[in-house]
Write a protein that binds this ligand. Structure first.
Ligand SMILES: Nc1ncnc2c1ncn2[C@@H]1O[C@H](COP(=O)(O)OP(=O)(O)O)[C@@H](O)[C@H]1O
Ligand SMILES: [Mg+2]
Length: 243
């Protein structure tokens, strides 16, 4: 039996006040099972990033609740929420969000520093993660010395530091050319297929959404579609358009 790992129950999020009050999400319920690879797609402004904030416990909804492993957000205190974010979930963002003054190695170590791991062990773990994304030789470089694709691979290594079961990625290929975008997607695909991670990826590009085994489409803050599909295998060439 598949176990639900993330659940949203009737999430509504309103921004602003008075006349400018605006519903970014309108009663969204969904369930993601352990080990699923899900893409969330929809036009710009449809509420994708807002939705990901609730899957990652980064924000409190106006109404509704979010659960991780069956535990409701409304039942967690601040420490519980911080632990869920730091240990159970790895985040990857479009703009990479690396600390610019820290070396690549230190960036990957950061979540471990927060978790209180000793220096030697931290470095060993960071080196292993950097090797896994093919960037060990860059461990002493600064983020500004890397290409976009390399930065995103470092961000993935950092997201994996605490060995989370879940990776949430918001437009991870949005700032990348298609070749480095594909490298990033291949890594995420491997984390799902080989390591059994639960992956949620936000994208407005159908080619990217096709990597997942399920696509949730949102529009105007509501779920408009939720379909299962055969994931496009990583490493395959572009799907040929039928004439
Ligand atoms: N902090 C905020 N304050 C006010 N409005 C916001 C805020 N964040 C997002 N919005 C609005 O909510 C809607 C959904 O935003 P978002 O979730 O970022 O969409 P997407 O990621 O699909 O492009 C947009 O209209 C956006 O302008
Ligand atoms: Mg967005």
């Amino acid at each position: 039996m598949k176990k639900p790992i993330l659940e949203l129950k009737g999430i509504t999020k309103e921004y602003g006040a008075g006349k400018s009050r605006f519903k970014a999400l309108d009663g969204v319920s969904l369930r993601i099972n352990e080990g699923e690879f899900v893409s969330i797609t929809g036009p710009s402004g449809s509420g994708k990033s807002t939705l990901l904030h609730f899957l990652g416990f980064l924000d409190k909804p106006t109404s509704g609740d979010a659960c991780i492993g069956g535990v409701a957000m409304t039942e967690m205190n601040e420490d519980g929420l911080a632990d869920a974010r730091n240990e159970k979930i790895g985040f990857v963002f479009q703009a990479f969000n690396l600390a610019p003054t820290l070396t690549v190695g230190r960036n990957v170590e950061l979540p471990l520093t927060i978790g209180g791991m000793g220096r030697k062990e931290r470095r060993k773990r960071a080196d292993g993660l950097l090797s896994a994304v093919g960037l060990l030789e860059k461990r002493n470089s600064l983020p500004s010395q890397l290409s976009g694709g390399e930065k995103q691979r470092v961000a993935i290594a950092r997201a994996l530091a605490n060995n989370p079961k879940i990776i949430l990625a918001d437009e991870p290929t949005g700032n990348l050319d298609s070749k480095s975008g594909k490298e990033v997607l291949d890594i995420l695909y491997g984390l799902w297929e080989r390591d059994g991670k639960t992956i949620v990826i936000i994208t407005h590009e159908p080619v990217v959404a096709a990597y997942a085994e399920r696509t949730i489409r949102i529009r105007d803050g509501k779920i408009e579609g939720d379909v299962r599909q055969k994931p496009r295998k990583a490493g395959e060439d572009e799907i040929k358009v039928k004439r």
